[in-house]
Design a binder for this molecule. Structure first.
Ligand code: 5GP
Ligand code: MN
Length: 338
């Protein structure tokens, strides 16, 4: 972002605009962490803010500061629409295609308020007035931190903001395990710790609050549902609505299941396929050279990052597995890392 753009944003923020903060459907730790960090930052500046998300956030984020104020559009569509239409500033974080707002995008298109997008996915759609996009960053939270530091230095940061940012970075970097959890990431984390984030407390709140049902569901996935295709270095887990019900599934319970499949020695692609009420959702994770974002985009209306992406289909689970089994051998060389 140029100095001229930052100056324009300072001018906008100087008017203390009523602000709505938006993030993507199926919001994860980075989406909610980034959105709430912006909420607390702009609130500290004196803005009246609201956060609106398309659908529910997972239970493991229920401890986050002011999470209870988030407007879930699926439950309160009128409230979400009002928040957008009454806003003098729209802040979008952790997504870059309006369709990922699942219905709220029509209001964003209609609104004449300036729109700022802070995100780390490739190829942003052109709906913004100001853009901070860094696809090489491991989380949007990292970029939210850079954005505010560029605007006002360390002014306005408080403990709630740094806890939200740390949660975004921690979860999207898979606990600092992915390749782009780089020196910048660790430098920012070190700043956040100096600003007061209690990382041990956050690790506890995010990772050590499993329900027994969730652990049993993961156990079931690993013992009964994991399929391995060594000839294409791929592992796959599927779950139907019936299976989810059997384990009293709650939002967020299946997050991270795909990583167990990827953790098998010699596996370079892991796929998790879950039946949702209206469609089948796929999660892809890869190691080495397999670009799951382009694969998801080309075959499953999806997208994401090189090593972590998602998509969806109207096919059944069985048909989806068959489609994958037909497609993947074409990528054999890439998958096997030859
Ligand atoms: P997950 O598998 O955890 O749902 O998503 C992994 C990554 O892919 C995230 O960065 C997420 O934003 C992105 N992603 C997941 N599903 C979709 C989708 O349907 N479309 C697009 N464009 N990105 C997705
Ligand atoms: Mn993210």
């Amino acid at each position: 972002m140029t100095n001229a753009q930052l100056k324009k944003i300072r001018n906008i923020l100087g008017k203390i605009p009523r602000t709505v903060i938006l993030t993507h459907f199926n919001p994860d730790g980075d989406a909610i962490g980034s959105a709430l960090a912006v909420f607390h930052y702009l609130s500290a500046m004196g803005c009246r803010c609201s956060v609106a998300v398309p659908d529910a956030y997972p239970d493991y984020l229920a401890w986050m500061p002011s999470v209870e104020k988030i407007i879930v559009a699926r439950d309160h569509p009128g409230k979400a629409a009002d928040a957008i239409m009454n806003a003098g500033l729209i802040m979008c974080v952790d997504f870059n295609q309006l369709k990922r707002l699942m219905g709220m995008e029509d209001y964003v298109r209609k609104s004449e308020a300036p729109k700022i997008l802070v995100d780390h996915h490739e190829s942003p759609e052109d709906f913004h007035d100001f853009l901070l996009s860094e696809p090489s960053a491991c989380s949007s939270a990292e970029l939210v931190y850079k954005f505010f530091v560029a605007l006002y230095g360390k002014k306005y940061f408080n403990k709630k903001i740094v806890d939200c940012l740390y949660t975004g970075i921690l979860t999207d970097s898979m606990g600092f395990r992915i390749g782009n959890a780089n020196a910048q990431t660790h430098r920012i984390v070190s700043e956040l710790i100096e600003l007061g984030t209690q990382y041990h407390r956050i690790h506890n709140l995010v990772y050590d609050t499993n329900t027994l049902d969730r652990l049993r569901l993961i156990g079931y996935c690993l013992s009964e549902k994991l399929q391995v295709f060594p000839e294409i270095s791929t592992a796959l887990i599927t779950l139907s609505q019936d299976e989810l019900r059997r384990f009293n599934h709650r939002v967020g319970d299946t997050e991270g299941v795909v990583n167990y499949a990827l953790s098998i020695k010699g596996i370079h692609l892991a796929v998790f396929i879950v039946e949702r009420k209206t469609h089948v959702k796929l999660s892809f994770r890869s190691k080495n050279n397999f670009p799951v974002h382009t694969f998801a985009k080309e075959h499953f209306h999806g997208g994401g990052h090189f090593h972590a992406a998602g998509g969806e289909t109207k096919r059944s689970i069985d048909e989806t597995v068959t489609k994958l089994k037909n497609l993947l051998p074409q990528y054999e060389e890439m998958l096997n890392g030859k």
